[in-house]
Design a protein around this ligand. Structure first.
Ligand code: SAH
Length: 353
């Protein structure tokens, strides 16, 4: 699909036309990655962060936030829960936290890989090359790093550089070379994001040939520059992408069409906009993955990248039961095993059932 056509879809408001787009995305999902919905157990291992991203509640400048970092035993406790619940993957995520040191994390990865069958996904921000090399050698399978926007000017406005200017695209390419399955993605409706640039984001998903793509609505956090004064960032009204539920479905559907075999989650940010049915609608409009939260209750509320996160008060036990039930009642299957990239295996047989 050409960029202009993508922009037209992003601007489309007629419900009947959008239903066509969603139907096509759902059919593409079914043919390419099948009916299984893979569960990735998310463990938010630290909310400490050295960066100052203008939208994120974990930013270093948010001094009022109580910080935590889980120790290895706590993390391994969550990993055991993941196996008990039948998940095939754990995702370890954090702020960019150099208190998560290279070798202790490598040791933890080796333990998870030797004691379980789980795939291990890391999402620790822009870590130095040496860390990425060592963790891959320790057995980490996948790495998630959203590029957030392909618009270089907007990117630099909302990501103050640390030492050198960051180049997430270069890191993503490097992760691929190291043999990781590579995930990236963007927020939808960040102040300053235009329809053009969002269409270019989706084109970049395809160019990067990603294994995993996470897209979710931007949700303002009041203790951040972007949450406090969005007007300083907004694009002209007719160009600014809204951070709505509908826009999220459009992007999910277009992403599935652009990258038919990618693993695409129906995100918590989307469920936050519609707690009743957002996850399911995401799964019906392109997504094939969900990420139940395994973070211990005492830390959950502190991993506040945006406020009002869906299911914040739920236990890990209830999250898994609820998601399983939702998947089955949609007539889909719960995935088994690690559910790795479909790009690396033959396409599933088309079922007519
Ligand atoms: N430190 C890691 C993990 C960040 S949290 C990293 O930088 O990759 C994971 C994702 O949450 C981010 O990539 C971002 O896209 C999303 N996020 C952060 N703040 C958000 C907000 N206010 N609204 C919606 N999504 C947000």
């Amino acid at each position: 699909m050409e960029k202009n056509e993508m922009v037209r879809w992003l601007r489309e408001e007629r419900a009947a036309r959008l239903e066509e787009l969603y139907r096509l995305a759902d059919e593409t999902r079914r043919r390419n990655v099948g009916d299984e919905v893979h569960l990735r157990g998310l463990i938010e291992i630290s909310n400490c962060c050295v960066r100052d991203c203008a939208y994120c509640g974990l930013r270093a400048g948010h001094r009022a936030l109580t910080r935590y970092r889980m120790n290895a035993e706590e993390i391994l406790g969550c990993v055991r829960q993941a196996t008990d619940y039948g998940y095939g993957t754990v995702v370890l995520q954090s702020g960019e936290d150099y208190g998560i040191a290279t070798e202790p994390m490598a040791e933890l990865i080796r333990r998870v890989k030797s004691e379980t069958e789980l795939a291990v996904t890391l999402s620790f921000g822009e870590r130095p090359d040496e860390d990425l090399v060592r963790w891959r050698a320790a057995g980490a399978d996948r790495y998630l790093l959203r590029f957030e926007t392909s618009d270089a000017k907007l990117y630099s406005q909302i990501h103050p550089p640390r030492a050198a200017p960051s180049d997430r695209i270069a890191i993503l390419r490097r992760l691929g070379e190291l043999g990781y399955e590579v995930g990236s993605g963007v927020m939808i409706g960040i102040p300053g994001q235009t329809y053009e640039s969002l269409a270019e984001d989706i084109e970049l998903f395809r160019t990067l040939d990603l294994d995993m793509i996470g897209v979710g609505p931007y949700l303002p956090h009041p203790n951040t520059p972007l949450g406090r004064s969005p007007a300083d960032f907004l694009a002209p009204e007719s160009d600014q992408v809204p951070n709505t539920e509908e826009m999220t479905y459009k992007v999910l559907a277009l992403t599935r069409l652009a990258c038919p075999r990618a693993n695409i989650p129906s995100t918590t940010a989307l469920a936050t906009l519609n707690t009743a049915g957002g996850r399911e609608l995401g799964l019906r409009r392109g997504a094939n993955v969900v990420m139940p939260n395994l973070t211990p209750s005492k830390y959950r509320a502190l991993y506040e990248i945006y406020p009002g996160k869906a299911c914040i008060a739920e236990t890990a036990e209830r999250c898994q039961a609820c998601l399983r039930q939702r998947i089955l009642s949609m007539g889909r299957k719960v995935g088994s095993g690690p559910g790795g990239s479909a790009k690396r295996r033959p396409a599933p047989a088309i079922s007519t059932a």
